[in-house]
Design a protein around this ligand. Structure first.
Ligand code: CTP
Length: 400
């Protein structure tokens, strides 16, 4: 089988150096990558680097190898075009259909999925001109990955950073796997909670659970690859930030509730994949709890935590907002799942069986997605991303 053909467009920003790693990941995973830098990108990283890493000649203009008609052929034959970094200038050109160099010509001739990973200073990203260009590109079916928040060139920090190359690669992989399917979550805002809450007993101890956050992160990744703006509320996770997600770190169930309610205010869908502690210690000891000689330990009194899923289901922030819950069950999995779905009032409940070595921390998952409308969608044992894709399929069907 032929290797999938990827065009890596690089425009002129300092983050161009990160595109070298993206290129490496693409070639090492069996893609045939043609790099098309802009002239200003070559001021940051030279043609020799792109050419050596891709194994193809590199040119920025339409005037090289004219007999091969590269300004048309490169775009026409691609399975995916990814532009990383995409500068404000590149987004403007792409949105307006300008074609003054090889990359902009390629963007006009490509009929395959297009992924744009913008990187620029916060002011440039937030400028109405850029925001309108991004909206135009999304409306036309391009996946525009939201920039990350963090250190920018120099000492400033803010939104505008290029996400980590490994995470842009994940988006490319998902988009390629979806083939010609439209990014059906474009223009949507989705909220995903992930990980497990920790309820502190004292400054050094907590009650927690084994959730790794991998399923929630897979949900965030796949939503971004389907074009969504993603807010990921992450409870005690140690995973890299998915490209396209605004990551809000939290610790306890009460903090998770606050973050979810805030993000859900303008969300089209909320997926509660986090393992939330149902109880927390009634008192928090400001100093470390000491053992007392010869004496039995004091019992730990617990109080209930708010049920976030039930609360957002009962009081939807927006009409038509789709709410999804997860249920981890050890016995009578489906019957308990149906009862829980009714009790929580959500639209979909992903029920999976848990136990020793099952689900928690694993790379794979197996589940049944129950719908409030009576539907039952089994998801066979497979990667957590496959379950995530099914969840978004079911969410997309229910969005107004
Ligand atoms: N959940 C929540 N707030 C809580 C507890 C759970 O929002 N305080 C959400 C979880 O994120 C998950 C779903 O509810 O999406 C199911 O959680 P689970 O703990 O399995 O349900 P419980 O109501 O605790 O039911 P049970 O104790 O019978 O397992």
């Amino acid at each position: 089988m032929d290797k999938p053909k990827v065009v890596l467009g690089v425009s002129g920003g300092i983050a161009a150096y990160k595109a070298c790693e993206l290129l490496r990941r693409l070639t090492e995973s069996g893609h045939d990558v043609r790099v098309v830098p802009t002239a200003s990108a070559l001021r940051f990283v030279g043609a020799a680097t792109w050419s050596a890493l891709s194994g193809h000649p590199v040119s920025t203009e339409v005037w090289d190898d004219v007999h091969e008609v590269p300004h048309v052929r490169i775009g026409q034959s691609a399975d995916l075009v990814v532009v990383a970094p995409a500068t404000a200038d590149m987004l403007a050109k792409a949105a307006h259909g300008l074609a003054d160099d090889l990359l902009t010509n390629t963007l006009l001739t490509a009929r395959c999925p297009v992924v744009l990973a913008p990187a620029m200073h916060t002011e440039m990203w937030e400028h109405p001109a850029t925001q309108e260009n991004v909206a135009t590109l999304r409306r036309r079916g391009a996946v525009v990955i939201e920039p990350a928040v963090g250190r920018l060139t120099g000492v400033d920090t803010g939104k505008g950073r290029l996400p980590e190359p490994a995470e842009i690669f994940e988006v490319c992989r998902r988009v390629l796997a979806r083939g010609a399917t439209e990014p059906d979550l474009a223009g949507r805002h989705v909220v995903v909670s992930a990980g497990g809450t920790r309820e502190p007993l004292d400054p050094v101890r907590f009650l927690g659970n084994r959730s790794s956050g991998k399923q929630g992160y897979a949900l965030a990744r796949t939503a971004a690859a389907r074009g969504a703006r993603v807010t990921l509320i992450a409870a005690n996770t140690t995973l890299p930030d998915p490209a396209g997600a605004d990551v809000v770190p939290v610790g306890t169930a009460v903090q998770l509730r606050e973050a979810v309610l805030k993000a859900a205010a303008d969300a089209d869908a909320v997926v509660m994949a986090a393992a939330v502690a149902d109880f927390r210690p009634a008192v928090y000891a400001a100093g470390k709890i000491k053992k007392k000689d010869e004496q039995d330990p004091d019992p730990i009194a617990l109080v209930r935590n708010p049920d976030i899923l039930a609360e957002i289901s009962a009081d939807r922030a927006r009409p038509g907002q789709v709410v999804v819950g997860f249920a981890a069950e050890t016995d009578d999995v489906l019957a308990n799942g149906r009862k829980k779905l009714a009790r929580k009032g959500c639209d979909l409940l992903v029920v999976n069986e848990v136990g020793e070595r099952k689900t928690f921390g694993a790379e794979e998952n197996e589940a049944v997605v129950l719908g409030a409308d009576g539907t039952e969608t089994p998801v066979p044992h497979g990667p957590k991303e496959a379950l995530a894709e099914t969840v978004w399929d079911l969410v997309a069907q229910r969005l107004p």
